[in-house]
Design a protein around this ligand. Structure first.
Ligand SMILES: C[S@@+](CC[C@H](N)C(=O)[O-])C[C@H]1O[C@@H](n2cnc3c(N)ncnc32)[C@H](O)[C@@H]1O
Length: 213
């Protein structure tokens, strides 16, 4: 499954190499949560559109993705002393520093529930105390939920693999890591793309002092 998914993104970025406009979620996070934030790690940065935006707005940004060709391209064309791209697979242990914020947009639904559980827990050790997880992902209420080939209750394959996220389950996972949920919503209108207006969830959680890492 992961190899097919990886091939899909490899092929996608061959024709979408350059960062386009940043997403609505990145602007929302910048306005609402990131004023006191110095460093940010982006998980599944794709062609770097949000990473470039955060760095342009003064954050020190490390952005990772599994697609090495795209990461090499972004390092050649977009890296600065405040912005670096690394090739990494979040299903493996990550070798990164520590951050005030870990940002994940439309990347959680690229991995299985088991991988999500492991990497959210592992990454918690790379989040400074009081640091934030900021997540946007397709909800289980998304119209695409029942499209394509179902491979489990919340997983399907259309042109590529997706797992749809249950907001309450994710909030509960984050609370079990010692996080406080500081914002959550589930709605259409947040991530419009062409004719698509998927139901997405947004969750912001904060790592407490002395919590389990
Ligand atoms: C839907 S795209 C989102 C890209 C970007 N966050 C955006 O909003 O434009 C999902 C991204 O997650 C990356 N991804 C999927 N599985 C991954 C994994 N196991 N490790 C690292 N990146 C992964 C894909 O390569 C892809 O770039």
């Amino acid at each position: 499954m992961n190899n097919d998914q990886k091939r899909y993104w490899q092929s996608y970025y061959r024709t979408h190499r350059d960062p386009g406009a940043n997403t609505a979620f990145s602007q929302f996070c910048l306005d609402k949560f990131l004023s006191g934030c110095g460093s940010l790690l982006e998980i599944g940065c794709g062609n770097g559109r949000d990473a470039v935006f955060f760095a342009a707005n003064g954050l020190d940004v490390t952005a990772l993705d599994q697609i090495g060709e795209e990461i090499d391209y972004l390092n050649r064309t977009r890296a600065t002393d405040k912005l670096r791209f690394i090739e990494a697979d979040i299903s493996e242990p990550l070798n990164v520093g520590s951050f005030d914020c870990i940002y994940m947009r439309f990347s959680l639904h690229s991995v299985s529930a088991g991988v999500q559980e492991r990497f959210l827990s592992g990454l918690n050790g790379h989040l400074n105390e009081g640091g934030l997880y900021l997540v946007e992902a397709r909800s289980v209420k998304d119209d695409m939920y029942s499209a394509g080939v179902q491979i489990s209750k919340n997983e399907n394959i259309t042109d590529h693999y997706r797992r749809y996220i249950d907001k309450e389950e994710l909030a509960s996972t984050l609370k079990n890591l010692g996080h406080r949920i500081i914002y959550q919503t589930e709605s259409r209108g947040l991530a419009k793309y062409g004719d698509e207006d998927p139901v997405v969830i947004r969750i912001a959680s904060q790592k407490a002092q002395n919590c389990r890492a």
